[in-house]
Design a protein around this ligand. Structure first.
Ligand code: CP
Ligand code: NVA
Length: 310
């Protein structure tokens, strides 16, 4: 029964991690990637016979596929539920859903709107709970992004990441917490109305996160140019306004020119060509961008291996 298990660990937010915890996930992900390439992963099954539920209220390609494959590769079983499939979709409270599922499953992976919902599920289920994207944060993506930086740039120490576009969404926020914990320089390039909210800025103490309204200045000297969609899931009604407002922050040849000579370009995907990034820049940097997408699998296997230990 859930009550008899040791206290579950969760991954709900990058803000709640230390740099040592972030490095543990990233280094384990790199090791699991090496083992997978050497085809020895099947002998390492840290979640053998465990049942993990994916509960998704929003669309997903990368997160769903990488978790389902990762769980199987680590010896566990994955069950996917859209929130419509569950009584949750008909109004059953999260705390009841969590208490029922927590007595049957070994862990939960949740994609939803409100951060409070994953916090509540974690609290009431008693099983490891992973934030697979909320409106507030996308911690799994950031761990894969940091892993990609480590593979391609040797790490994040002394590096500058320029995040361009919607500076007040789940991705920019997870980047802020990663920079706050790991000490690299982060420039958020966004118009005033899309700069991070005061609610989050007031929680920063490190001084290495800079808000910049001029797109060229934001990109200047950056080692990583990073972007995300301008219209996040749930914001579809604001599409026209957002696309008009964010045009100057598109990653294109001009902004790339302002970055460091060997700058890499990253995108969490899905990408909307000629909106947040041009087709040309995306295709020129597709090796990096799809390595980053593949790293979702390895990073999430690391998360499962750490949190799934009984
Ligand atoms: N980057 C990302 O989370 O992709 P999906 O929405 O396809 O899972
Ligand atoms: N900010 C985007 C991320 C997609 C992976 C969204 O929430 O839709």
């Amino acid at each position: 029964m859930a009550e008899e298990k040791k206290k579950a660990q969760h991954l709900l937010s990058i803000e709640q991690l230390t740099e040592a915890e972030i490095e543990r996930y990233v280094d384990l992900a790199i090791e699991l990637k090496r083992q997978r390439a050497a085809d020895v992963a099947s002998s390492k099954e840290p979640i053998a016979k465990q049942n993990w539920a994916l509960i998704f209220s929003k669309s997903s390609t990368r997160t769903r596929v990488s978790f389902e494959v990762g769980i199987r590769e680590l010896g566990g079983r994955a069950m996917y539920f859209s929130s419509r499939d569950l009584q949750l979709g008909r109004g059953e409270p999260i705390k009841d859903t969590a208490r029922v599922m927590g007595r049957m499953i070994d862990g939960a992976i949740i994609r939803t709107y409100d951060q409070q919902d994953v916090v509540e599920f974690a609290e009431f289920s008693g099983v490891p709970t992973i934030n697979a994207l909320t409106d507030e944060e996308h911690p799994c993506q950031i761990l894969a992004d940091l892993m990609t930086m480590k593979e391609l740039l040797g790490g994040w120490k002394g590096r500058t990441v320029a995040f361009l576009g919607d500076g007040d969404n789940n991705m920019s926020r997870s980047w802020m917490w990663a920079a706050e914990r790991c000490g690299f320089r982060l420039v958020i390039g966004a118009p005033q109305a899309y700069q991070p909210s005061e609610k989050y800025l007031s929680r920063l103490t490190s001084g290495n996160i800079i808000c910049e309204k001029d797109p060229s200045k934001a990109a200047e000297g950056a080692d990583v140019l990073y972007t995300d969609v301008w219209v996040s899931m749930g914001q579809e009604e604001e599409s026209a306004r957002r696309i008009a407002d964010l045009q100057a922050f598109q990653i294109n040849d001009r902004l790339l020119e302002a970055a460091a000579k060997d700058a890499i370009v990253m995108h969490c995907l899905p990408a909307y060509r000629e909106k947040e990034i041009t087709e040309k820049v995306l295709e020129q940097h597709s090796d990096t961008i799809f390595q980053e997408a593949e790293n979702r699998l390895h990073a999430q296997k690391a998360i499962l291996a750490v949190l799934g230990v009984r």
